[in-house]
Design a protein around this ligand. Structure first.
Ligand code: ADP
Ligand code: MG
Length: 273
Protein backbone atom coordinates (compact mmCIF):
# COMPACT_ATOMS: atom_id res chain seq x y z
CA UNK A 1 0.00 0.00 0.00
CA UNK A 2 1.05 3.56 -0.62
CA UNK A 3 -1.43 5.69 1.24
CA UNK A 4 -3.36 8.59 -0.17
CA UNK A 5 -2.47 11.43 2.18
CA UNK A 6 -5.19 14.05 2.62
CA UNK A 7 -4.60 17.25 4.60
CA UNK A 8 -7.74 18.82 6.01
CA UNK A 9 -6.86 22.45 6.06
CA UNK A 10 -8.19 25.94 6.77
CA UNK A 11 -6.37 28.57 8.81
CA UNK A 12 -9.69 29.62 10.29
CA UNK A 13 -10.70 27.78 13.46
CA UNK A 14 -14.13 26.30 14.05
CA UNK A 15 -14.91 25.47 10.43
CA UNK A 16 -15.23 21.69 10.90
CA UNK A 17 -11.73 20.41 10.14
CA UNK A 18 -11.55 18.08 13.12
CA UNK A 19 -15.13 16.88 12.76
CA UNK A 20 -14.41 16.12 9.10
CA UNK A 21 -11.24 14.17 9.95
CA UNK A 22 -13.16 12.01 12.41
CA UNK A 23 -16.13 11.29 10.17
CA UNK A 24 -14.36 11.05 6.83
CA UNK A 25 -11.68 8.90 8.47
CA UNK A 26 -14.19 6.53 10.05
CA UNK A 27 -16.31 6.74 6.87
CA UNK A 28 -13.35 5.44 4.87
CA UNK A 29 -12.71 2.72 7.46
CA UNK A 30 -16.37 1.68 7.17
CA UNK A 31 -15.84 1.45 3.42
CA UNK A 32 -13.12 -1.12 4.08
CA UNK A 33 -10.11 1.19 3.89
CA UNK A 34 -7.11 1.07 6.20
CA UNK A 35 -7.02 4.51 7.76
CA UNK A 36 -4.66 6.52 9.94
CA UNK A 37 -5.75 9.93 11.20
CA UNK A 38 -2.99 12.27 12.34
CA UNK A 39 -3.59 15.06 14.81
CA UNK A 40 -1.60 18.01 13.50
CA UNK A 41 -2.96 20.54 15.98
CA UNK A 42 -1.24 21.16 19.34
CA UNK A 43 -4.74 21.68 20.81
CA UNK A 44 -5.25 17.94 20.37
CA UNK A 45 -8.93 18.24 19.41
CA UNK A 46 -8.80 15.23 17.11
CA UNK A 47 -7.11 13.20 19.83
CA UNK A 48 -9.83 14.25 22.29
CA UNK A 49 -12.63 13.66 19.76
CA UNK A 50 -11.42 10.09 19.34
CA UNK A 51 -11.77 9.25 23.01
CA UNK A 52 -8.57 10.52 24.64
CA UNK A 53 -9.76 13.36 26.87
CA UNK A 54 -6.27 14.09 28.25
CA UNK A 55 -3.73 14.17 25.41
CA UNK A 56 -1.02 15.43 27.80
CA UNK A 57 -1.16 12.09 29.63
CA UNK A 58 -0.38 10.03 26.53
CA UNK A 59 3.11 8.52 26.58
CA UNK A 60 3.84 9.14 22.88
CA UNK A 61 2.47 11.80 20.55
CA UNK A 62 3.26 13.27 17.14
CA UNK A 63 5.84 15.67 18.53
CA UNK A 64 7.87 12.70 19.81
CA UNK A 65 7.77 11.11 16.37
CA UNK A 66 8.80 14.33 14.64
CA UNK A 67 11.53 14.74 17.26
CA UNK A 68 12.86 11.32 16.30
CA UNK A 69 12.97 12.35 12.64
CA UNK A 70 14.84 15.52 13.61
CA UNK A 71 17.35 13.51 15.67
CA UNK A 72 17.66 10.87 12.95
CA UNK A 73 16.49 8.18 15.37
CA UNK A 74 14.68 5.03 14.18
CA UNK A 75 10.89 4.78 14.48
CA UNK A 76 9.55 1.41 15.59
CA UNK A 77 6.64 -0.19 13.68
CA UNK A 78 3.34 1.17 15.00
CA UNK A 79 5.12 3.31 17.58
CA UNK A 80 2.73 5.66 19.41
CA UNK A 81 -0.24 4.76 17.20
CA UNK A 82 -3.56 4.30 19.02
CA UNK A 83 -6.51 2.21 17.84
CA UNK A 84 -10.07 3.49 17.90
CA UNK A 85 -12.92 0.96 18.30
CA UNK A 86 -14.56 2.22 15.09
CA UNK A 87 -11.64 0.98 13.03
CA UNK A 88 -9.26 3.89 12.52
CA UNK A 89 -5.75 4.33 13.86
CA UNK A 90 -4.69 7.62 15.43
CA UNK A 91 -1.37 9.40 15.81
CA UNK A 92 -2.31 11.72 18.66
CA UNK A 93 -1.03 15.20 19.48
CA UNK A 94 -0.71 17.31 22.58
CA UNK A 95 0.52 20.77 23.42
CA UNK A 96 4.16 19.67 23.01
CA UNK A 97 3.55 19.93 19.29
CA UNK A 98 3.63 23.71 19.53
CA UNK A 99 7.16 23.47 20.96
CA UNK A 100 8.03 21.19 18.05
CA UNK A 101 6.78 23.84 15.64
CA UNK A 102 9.22 26.31 17.20
CA UNK A 103 12.16 23.91 16.90
CA UNK A 104 11.31 23.29 13.24
CA UNK A 105 12.23 26.86 12.39
CA UNK A 106 15.94 26.13 12.64
CA UNK A 107 15.83 22.51 11.46
CA UNK A 108 17.31 21.12 8.28
CA UNK A 109 14.58 20.27 5.71
CA UNK A 110 12.11 21.74 8.15
CA UNK A 111 9.14 21.49 5.76
CA UNK A 112 9.52 17.73 5.31
CA UNK A 113 9.71 16.44 8.90
CA UNK A 114 6.08 15.25 8.98
CA UNK A 115 6.46 13.74 5.51
CA UNK A 116 9.51 11.81 6.69
CA UNK A 117 7.54 10.48 9.66
CA UNK A 118 4.61 9.46 7.46
CA UNK A 119 7.00 7.75 5.03
CA UNK A 120 7.72 5.30 7.86
CA UNK A 121 4.04 4.29 8.25
CA UNK A 122 2.62 4.98 4.80
CA UNK A 123 2.83 1.40 3.54
CA UNK A 124 0.52 0.25 6.37
CA UNK A 125 -2.44 2.36 5.21
CA UNK A 126 -4.62 3.13 2.22
CA UNK A 127 -5.54 6.57 3.57
CA UNK A 128 -3.91 9.01 5.97
CA UNK A 129 -5.84 12.14 7.01
CA UNK A 130 -4.05 15.06 8.66
CA UNK A 131 -6.06 17.41 10.87
CA UNK A 132 -4.35 20.79 10.47
CA UNK A 133 -4.07 23.51 13.08
CA UNK A 134 -5.88 26.79 12.44
CA UNK A 135 -2.92 28.73 11.04
CA UNK A 136 -0.69 28.77 7.98
CA UNK A 137 2.40 28.16 10.13
CA UNK A 138 5.11 25.55 9.86
CA UNK A 139 2.91 22.63 10.98
CA UNK A 140 0.41 23.35 8.22
CA UNK A 141 3.22 23.72 5.67
CA UNK A 142 4.50 20.34 6.89
CA UNK A 143 1.03 18.84 6.39
CA UNK A 144 0.76 20.28 2.87
CA UNK A 145 4.24 19.00 2.07
CA UNK A 146 3.39 15.49 3.28
CA UNK A 147 0.03 15.28 1.46
CA UNK A 148 -0.92 14.52 -2.10
CA UNK A 149 -4.42 15.90 -1.55
CA UNK A 150 -6.01 18.73 0.40
CA UNK A 151 -9.60 19.16 1.48
CA UNK A 152 -10.80 22.59 2.61
CA UNK A 153 -13.77 22.78 4.99
CA UNK A 154 -15.51 26.14 4.92
CA UNK A 155 -18.22 27.16 7.33
CA UNK A 156 -21.26 28.35 5.45
CA UNK A 157 -21.93 31.02 8.09
CA UNK A 158 -19.32 33.53 7.07
CA UNK A 159 -17.94 35.02 3.91
CA UNK A 160 -14.67 33.14 3.61
CA UNK A 161 -13.34 34.90 0.50
CA UNK A 162 -10.22 36.59 1.83
CA UNK A 163 -8.96 33.74 4.00
CA UNK A 164 -9.53 31.30 1.19
CA UNK A 165 -7.35 33.32 -1.20
CA UNK A 166 -4.54 33.22 1.34
CA UNK A 167 -4.88 29.48 1.84
CA UNK A 168 -4.98 28.80 -1.90
CA UNK A 169 -1.89 30.93 -2.40
CA UNK A 170 -0.04 28.98 0.32
CA UNK A 171 -1.12 25.71 -1.31
CA UNK A 172 0.14 27.02 -4.67
CA UNK A 173 3.47 28.00 -3.18
CA UNK A 174 3.97 24.60 -1.52
CA UNK A 175 3.06 22.89 -4.79
CA UNK A 176 5.53 24.95 -6.83
CA UNK A 177 8.41 24.92 -4.38
CA UNK A 178 8.26 21.63 -2.48
CA UNK A 179 5.45 19.25 -3.37
CA UNK A 180 4.32 19.16 -7.02
CA UNK A 181 2.06 16.16 -6.25
CA UNK A 182 -0.31 18.24 -4.13
CA UNK A 183 -3.83 18.48 -5.56
CA UNK A 184 -6.85 20.27 -4.15
CA UNK A 185 -9.71 17.79 -3.78
CA UNK A 186 -12.17 20.54 -3.06
CA UNK A 187 -13.98 22.93 -0.81
CA UNK A 188 -16.43 21.34 1.64
CA UNK A 189 -19.28 23.43 2.96
CA UNK A 190 -19.91 22.62 6.62
CA UNK A 191 -22.54 23.53 9.20
CA UNK A 192 -24.99 24.43 6.49
CA UNK A 193 -28.31 25.59 7.83
CA UNK A 194 -30.51 25.02 4.84
CA UNK A 195 -33.34 27.01 6.42
CA UNK A 196 -31.44 30.25 5.90
CA UNK A 197 -31.00 31.94 2.57
CA UNK A 198 -27.61 33.11 3.74
CA UNK A 199 -26.17 29.60 3.58
CA UNK A 200 -27.60 29.18 0.10
CA UNK A 201 -26.03 32.48 -0.97
CA UNK A 202 -22.59 31.47 0.31
CA UNK A 203 -22.86 28.11 -1.38
CA UNK A 204 -23.80 29.76 -4.68
CA UNK A 205 -21.11 32.40 -4.30
CA UNK A 206 -18.40 29.81 -3.68
CA UNK A 207 -19.50 27.80 -6.68
CA UNK A 208 -19.52 30.95 -8.85
CA UNK A 209 -16.16 32.23 -7.64
CA UNK A 210 -14.14 29.01 -7.43
CA UNK A 211 -16.24 26.36 -9.15
CA UNK A 212 -14.37 26.67 -12.44
CA UNK A 213 -10.96 26.19 -10.78
CA UNK A 214 -11.67 24.10 -7.71
CA UNK A 215 -14.27 21.49 -6.96
CA UNK A 216 -16.90 22.50 -4.46
CA UNK A 217 -18.05 19.14 -3.10
CA UNK A 218 -21.60 18.26 -4.07
CA UNK A 219 -22.06 17.06 -0.51
CA UNK A 220 -22.73 19.78 2.03
CA UNK A 221 -22.56 19.00 5.74
CA UNK A 222 -25.72 20.17 7.51
CA UNK A 223 -25.64 22.00 10.79
CA UNK A 224 -26.83 19.76 13.63
CA UNK A 225 -26.49 19.70 17.40
CA UNK A 226 -26.01 15.95 17.09
CA UNK A 227 -22.71 16.64 15.31
CA UNK A 228 -21.66 19.01 18.07
CA UNK A 229 -22.22 16.34 20.70
CA UNK A 230 -19.91 13.74 19.15
CA UNK A 231 -16.54 15.20 20.18
CA UNK A 232 -17.35 14.83 23.90
CA UNK A 233 -18.49 11.24 23.26
CA UNK A 234 -15.28 10.14 21.58
CA UNK A 235 -17.14 8.56 18.70
CA UNK A 236 -18.22 9.25 15.16
CA UNK A 237 -21.53 10.59 13.96
CA UNK A 238 -22.26 7.10 12.57
CA UNK A 239 -22.17 5.71 16.10
CA UNK A 240 -23.80 8.71 17.77
CA UNK A 241 -26.66 9.43 15.38
CA UNK A 242 -26.70 6.68 12.75
CA UNK A 243 -29.92 7.64 10.96
CA UNK A 244 -29.23 11.37 11.03
CA UNK A 245 -28.56 13.77 8.20
CA UNK A 246 -24.97 14.51 9.22
CA UNK A 247 -24.11 10.80 9.18
CA UNK A 248 -25.66 10.55 5.72
CA UNK A 249 -23.72 13.62 4.53
CA UNK A 250 -20.36 12.31 5.75
CA UNK A 251 -21.12 8.99 4.12
CA UNK A 252 -21.73 10.81 0.85
CA UNK A 253 -18.54 12.83 1.28
CA UNK A 254 -16.65 9.55 1.76
CA UNK A 255 -18.06 8.31 -1.56
CA UNK A 256 -17.07 11.56 -3.30
CA UNK A 257 -13.53 11.34 -1.95
CA UNK A 258 -13.19 7.74 -3.17
CA UNK A 259 -14.63 8.71 -6.54
CA UNK A 260 -12.03 11.47 -6.98
CA UNK A 261 -9.17 9.02 -6.54
CA UNK A 262 -10.77 6.51 -8.92
CA UNK A 263 -11.05 9.24 -11.55
CA UNK A 264 -7.42 10.28 -11.04
CA UNK A 265 -6.28 6.67 -11.34
CA UNK A 266 -8.21 6.32 -14.59
CA UNK A 267 -6.63 9.53 -15.89
CA UNK A 268 -3.16 8.25 -15.04
CA UNK A 269 -3.82 4.88 -16.68
CA UNK A 270 -5.03 6.70 -19.78
CA UNK A 271 -1.88 8.77 -20.00
CA UNK A 272 0.30 5.70 -19.46
CA UNK A 273 -1.16 3.90 -22.48
P1 ADP B 1 -12.09 23.07 13.47
O1 ADP B 1 -11.34 21.80 13.63
O2 ADP B 1 -12.01 23.64 12.10
O3 ADP B 1 -11.71 24.07 14.51
P2 ADP B 1 -14.36 21.61 14.55
O4 ADP B 1 -14.52 20.38 13.75
O5 ADP B 1 -13.68 21.49 15.87
O6 ADP B 1 -13.65 22.75 13.68
O7 ADP B 1 -15.80 22.26 14.73
C1 ADP B 1 -15.99 23.46 15.45
C2 ADP B 1 -17.19 23.32 16.37
O8 ADP B 1 -18.36 23.13 15.58
C3 ADP B 1 -17.10 22.12 17.29
O9 ADP B 1 -17.70 22.44 18.51
C4 ADP B 1 -17.90 21.05 16.58
O10 ADP B 1 -18.45 20.11 17.46
C5 ADP B 1 -18.97 21.88 15.89
N1 ADP B 1 -19.44 21.27 14.65
C6 ADP B 1 -18.72 20.66 13.69
N2 ADP B 1 -19.49 20.24 12.67
C7 ADP B 1 -20.76 20.59 13.00
C8 ADP B 1 -22.04 20.43 12.35
N3 ADP B 1 -22.16 19.82 11.17
N4 ADP B 1 -23.13 20.93 13.00
C9 ADP B 1 -23.01 21.54 14.19
N5 ADP B 1 -21.86 21.72 14.84
C10 ADP B 1 -20.74 21.25 14.26
MG1 MG C 1 -9.71 21.39 14.87
Amino acid sequence: MNAQIISVCNQKGGVGKTTTCVNLGIGLARAGKKVLVVDGDPQGSLTISLGNPQPDKLPVTLSDMMGKVLMDEPILPGEGILHHPEGVDLMPADIQLSGMEVSLVNAMSRETILRQYLDSVRNQYSHILIDCQPSLGMLTVNALTAANRVLIPVQAEYLPAKGLEQLLSTIGKVRRQINPKLQVDGILLTMVDSRTNFAKDISALLRDTYGSKIRVFGTEIPHSVRAKETSAEGKSIYAHDPGGKVAEAYQNLTKEVLKIEKQREKCKAGIGR
